[in-house]
Design a protein around this ligand. Sequence first.
Ligand SMILES: Nc1ncnc2c1ncn2[C@@H]1O[C@H](COP(=O)(O)OP(=O)(O)OP(=O)(O)O)[C@@H](O)[C@H]1O
Ligand SMILES: [Mg+2]
Length: 428
Amino acid sequence: MFVRHLSVADYRSWPTAELPLGAGVTVLVGRNGIGKTNLVEAVGYLATLGSHRVSTDQALVRRGAAQAIVRAAVVSDGRELLVEVEINAGRANRGRINRAPVTRVRDVLGVLRTVLFAPEDLALVRGDPSERRRLLDDTLIMRAPRLAGVKSDYDRILKQRNSLLKSVVAARRSGGQPDLATLEVWDSQLATVGGQLMAERMRLVQQLRPYVVAAYADLAPASEPVDLRYQSSVLEELTAPPDAAAAPGADELTAAMLQRISRRRPVELERGITVVGPHRDELELLLGDGPAKGYASHGESWSLALALRLGAFELLRSDGVDPVLILDDVFAELDTGRRARLAQLVADAEQVLITAAVASDVPAELGGRTVTVADPEPGESTPAADEGGDAGRADPTRADPERAGSEQPVGPVLRPSAETSATADDQR
Ligand SMILES: Nc1ncnc2c1ncn2[C@@H]1O[C@H](COP(=O)(O)OP(=O)(O)OP(=O)(O)O)[C@@H](O)[C@H]1O
Ligand SMILES: [Mg+2]
């Protein structure tokens, strides 16, 4: 699939921007802070309803504005859909497909699939387990959007169970009668939905593993091999040890989770929080025989993070549709050998969106076209694009052989402007 056109309004630094895109490689080039990542982050937002840089939506709305709008025309299998999300500061977000409102914003999930790799992904290797759980859950939901419902049910039940636990702890401390019967109702709800989520995640890890192992071996052939393992205290309660070939089923995991919850009851009644379940699980990354976290070098961590994303890309692709591959600022971090290997790995993706501050960091053999993101011209109040309609827009098919090392923008130019809409426009 590919994004044919991206529009944003009051998103991050952009009052408005219209960016025509096409299949193949597009490189957004421009100085630090000009707003390149903001644009590709907006594309990723439509696919995951989250940003790879912040955990809440607040920072996505342009300072001083009440709402941001992100809209993309997405072409998949020859069919085009217009997907739109309105991000509201302090109110529920809203979604539209082909301009018709959807019931819940999460109903837009599945229209656009992306895999986004960014410098922040170093946290996939070095950061908290929540980073790795999010990788799993985002990938799950992209493949099966109904799982967004399972995930949000789980989060809701967990929250309610936690507040009940808190009141139980408070009641016990003040010598009152804690309501343990109600707690058991929540145990069973948590375990039912938790078992489903765990089963999906474990099956995903099994499917993802060979792709990640292969991508890492491609990127870092001299390094020790990597491996992935889903870790959960719930697995200790399984009657039969997990089979290497088949992940345990949801019912089995639900039963094990209930067992674990009852075993850990004293701890929960002491601490007042839920200590068992997929929200505490971990995707363990191994390098050679040991954990990658705390041991992998900077370069190894970087390659492993990239391999996780490329593995997810290959897995999604194996479902029959190429997701949009977004590489935010990656080439600057890689040595020449790994740049060339990455370029080979992504060359046949249906659409690749790349950002770079310096055009020469992007391997010339990737080809494609360049869009220069530039400052407004001095004294210019109306961007050139506003005069020309479509004629003035960027030509998505235009190749740019002169990209590498060039100083002057040679392709279409996109300029931010506070007053009027910014449109990628051929430079005149
Ligand atoms: N909510 C917001 N409102 C207004 N401006 C914002 C908002 N969020 C971010 N910005 C601005 O956006 C700019 C950063 O944009 P972005 O991260 O896209 O830059 P970039 O072109 O990717 O730069 P680099 O090459 O350094 O990665 C910063 O100047 C920041 O102040
Ligand atoms: Mg950036």
